[in-house]
Write a protein that binds this ligand. Structure first.
Ligand code: GLN
Length: 491
């Protein structure tokens, strides 16, 4: 096995024992990028020269006996909507094609401080709007398990980079499933933390009441290690929770005896593909054998989740994206008009028309409509009320269960181009993931099977707010007793 295929904790052990150097790990990842990037297109930016210098500096530190964090010297790919000072941060949009943030996101600051190697910025659906990473101004990302298939989205670049061995770890963002769905499609682990647990400072806003940054990794241990670093209070984010952060690696016990797991029946209706259903059924049997008590339960308002998500997310997006006007950052279109006032207005219009892609424009229009006088009460306000009901469904379920289990997505990875002209079909691929965002819950996706054609299938676990530990415990136990996470793709 090459170094770029190891987990972060394996690499850490080798670095501590001085059996390898950080430079070798970074070189292995860069070599792999050279090998497959033309086919996969996981990155928008690779920090080729900088990372080698940074890794050398880490080696000098380790040589001096200054080995600190388990993330020191570990390559990590960052979704391109997370700001890193001086590194292009495009959100895969033409409108930010040249934007270099003058500051680090809180998560990036934390990673730099412990000596993680920020290898590059990953491709995504423009402004994180999409489920396939096809909505990118820089071309689609391809699924490393099957280049004709999508990697999921919107954090498809991050998922593909980890799956293809182009990075050891990655960060994604999840507004309605954008960490978990691509993790499921690429057979990696992806976790959306409780809303407020990870600072959103420096995450380019899509829908602020739903957005959350989270880890993507090769196994559950690496996920816990990355959670340990990125979680915690940040006064720069007014929605950041001021709660103690546990050591998540302590939740990694191979034992789920007596744990109660609920299966919400609404997640197993029409639209779920047979091979997904079979993989989940098999996984349920595995967990039962390991001592979990598994019973059916109900989340009765599930059927409204997609509709209200697309009202709330687009409403917030229409407001958040108003700042892209060609004046403050990024792309600026020309105007032919002579008169100052007309020229200015035309510049705004042209900038937004030329700078945003179709899906982003569709959402801005939907969101503006849903918030406009006369429709606000019927759409946006109603949606917020139903959001409360969805939260109450979960509160009830968590009185009886420690966590809930569902497929991550109703289908395995679909073909590139298959849903791009049918937004409604695309929206339905998040049907199982968006409720966790609406209710602010933590949720994780782990590999739980493959189709007969070798495409990955993911299983989702959801828990009550701030109970990441139960998710990690169940996921870890499942992983210790199965080998789906060990399979490597062949791209
Ligand atoms: N696919 C969903 C959307 O398009 C979720 C995206 C996300 O989580 N960023 O809005």
């Amino acid at each position: 096995m090459n170094l770029n295929e190891f987990t972060a904790h394996q690499i850490h052990d080798l670095l501590v024992r001085k059996e390898i150097r950080a430079v070798e790990v970074t070189e292995a990842a860069l070599r792999r990028i050279d090998e497959v990037e033309e086919k996969v297109n996981a990155y928008v930016t690779v920090r080729r020269e900088e990372v080698l210098r940074e890794a050398e500096e880490i080696d000098r530190k380790i040589h001096r006996g200054e080995m600190g964090s388990p993330l020191m010297g570990i390559p990590i790919a960052i979704k391109d909507n997370i700001c890193a000072r001086g590194v292009k941060t495009t959100c895969s949009s033409k409108i930010l094609y040249n934007f270099q943030p003058p500051y680090d996101a809180d998560v990036v600051d934390k990673l730099r401080k412990v000596g993680a190697i920020l290898i590059g910025k990953t491709n995504m659906d423009e402004f994180a709007m999409g489920s396939s990473t096809e909505n990118s101004a820089f071309g689609a990302t391809h699924n490393p398990w099957n280049l004709g298939a999508v990697p999921g989205g919107s954090s498809g670049g991050s998922a593909a980079a980890v799956a293809a061995g182009e990075s050891i770890l990655a960060l994604g963002s999840d507004t309605g499933g954008s960490i978990r769905q691509p993790a499921g499609f690429c057979a990696v682990v992806g976790m959306k933390p409780t809303y407020g647990l990870v600072s959103r400072y420096g995450l380019v806003a899509f829908a602020s009441s739903l957005d959350q940054i989270g880890p993507m990794a090769r196994d559950v241990r690496d996920t816990a290690i990355l959670m340990n670093l990125i979680c915690g209070h940040d006064p720069k984010d007014s929605t950041s929770l001021n709660v103690p952060v546990p050591d998540y690696t302590r939740a990694l016990v191979n034992d789920i005896k007596g744990l109660k797991i609920g299966i919400p029946k609404e997640y197993f209706g029409e639209g779920i593909e047979l091979e997904v259903r079979e993989a989940i059924d098999k996984s349920i049997e595995v967990l039962k054998k390991l001592g979990a008590s598994i019973k059916e339960t109900s989340l009765p308002h599930t059927e409204y989740a997609v509709a209200i998500y697309y009202l709330i997310a687009t409403a917030e997006a229409s407001s958040n994206l108003a700042r892209y006007d060609g004046v403050q950052y990024g792309y600026r279109a020309k105007s032919e008009k002579r008169k100052m006032k007309k020229a200015m207005v035309e510049m705004y219009e042209n900038t937004r028309r030329e700078g945003f892609g179709d899906e982003v424009k569709r959402r801005i229009m939907l969101g503006t409509y849903g918030l406009s006088a006369g429709y606000y009460h019927a759409y946006y306000l109603k949606a917020e009320k139903v959001r409360t009901l969805i939260g109450e469904d979960f509160d009830k379920a968590f009185k009886d269960f420690h966590c809930l289990l569902t497929p991550t997505s109703p289908t395995p990875p679909f073909r590139i181009g298959e849903k791009i002209d049918d937004p409604l079909k695309m929206y339905l691929s998040d049907i199982f993931t968006i409720s966790a965002n609406l209710a602010g819950l933590p949720a994780i996706s782990i590999p739980c099977g493959f189709t007969k054609d070798g495409l990955p299938i993911g299983m989702q676990l959801m828990a009550k707010p701030l109970d990441e530990e139960t998710l990690l415990r169940v996921a870890y136990t499942f992983e210790q007793n199965t080998d789906y996470h060990l399979k490597k793709c062949k791209v």
